[in-house]
Design a protein around this ligand. Sequence first.
Ligand code: KG4
Ligand code: ZN
Length: 349
Amino acid sequence: MNKYLLAIETSCDDTSVALLKPQGEVAVLQAANQDFVHRVFGGVVPEIASRNHALHLPPMINEVLKSSNIGWNQIESIAVTNRPGLIGSLIVGTVVAKTLAQVHNIPFIGVNHLEGHILAPLLRDAQWAPPAGFGFPFLALAVSGGHTSIYRVEDWGKYFVLGRTRDDAAGEAFDKFGKMLGLGFPGGAEVDRLAQNGDPSAYQFPHGLTHEKNLMMSFSGMKSSAQRLVEKLGAEQIQSKRSDLCASFQEAVVDTLIEKLDRAVTQEKLQRVIITGGVSANSRLRSKAESWANRRGLQLVIPPLRYCTDNAAMIGLAGQWRMTKGQRSGLDLAPMASSAPGDFIEEIK
Ligand code: KG4
Ligand code: ZN
């Protein structure tokens, strides 16, 4: 009888459940985003996010088990995101995980959401496996609506933060820019779509800290500059220049990310790089990162989007290796808004 790990992710506004077989093999992954609920407010409303998790998580777990014909006697462990994230959202996942662990008498473990993101390329399923030759150590750019950081991933559990944004996350910058243009929430994908027909050199936006000889980033300067430009242009011009505006703004974000990744590769002398998080869906980031990696002779891995956006499979993988090492959480496991001391080693220059 096959045994599975049940994984739960509810750190922001995506409710996700996965079942993993040993060695990071994903048997089932379900994820439901709440974009349509938060769209009217122009951003994620924490209270609404947690209520929706409470509503959707229990039936999603039942559905995943039922549809795959897997009984509780086949679940040998549970992994759940308990940090960092929106506290109300994290409470729902951790309470559900603890309850199920108690009721079914199975061990469980709390996982750092960002550890999930940086391990995501190591997941496997019928369509995806990490490419030949890929493994530790590697550089990871985690870039989403909530985070933008560069890590050196030395081994399971050995993660060094080399740089991060000082202010907004790159996805947040895309979303705020989208809002300025009236594109709805989250605006990242729409900016990407409109940019396809635009001229990336039509407008100049400042790059984020590329003059600093370290791996720190910033996206608030380009956002303020966009705000000033949008006010100057006025509604009619914005409408007619939308594609150029999107292409130019996108270029500033993408170039900032790639310039910092380039510096990281030189500094760390590593040949393997991954990009993960929701912004890795950006078509310009993908194509520019691929040409950059080819030029520099690097192995670049961008996992499939289902493992890049917030998902429970990556949490399952992080929990699985920790369980293999004998780690367990107790019923005192608390949700935490920030990472725990020791999750990452700071190595920011
Ligand atoms: O990882 P994710 O699903 O959730 C978290 O933020 O944790 O990432 C969502 C972010 C949003 O900011 C969204 O606008 C951005 O990823 N995003 C994109 C694209 N698709 C999603 N940004 C730029 N281009 C895209 N194609
Ligand atoms: Zn995330």
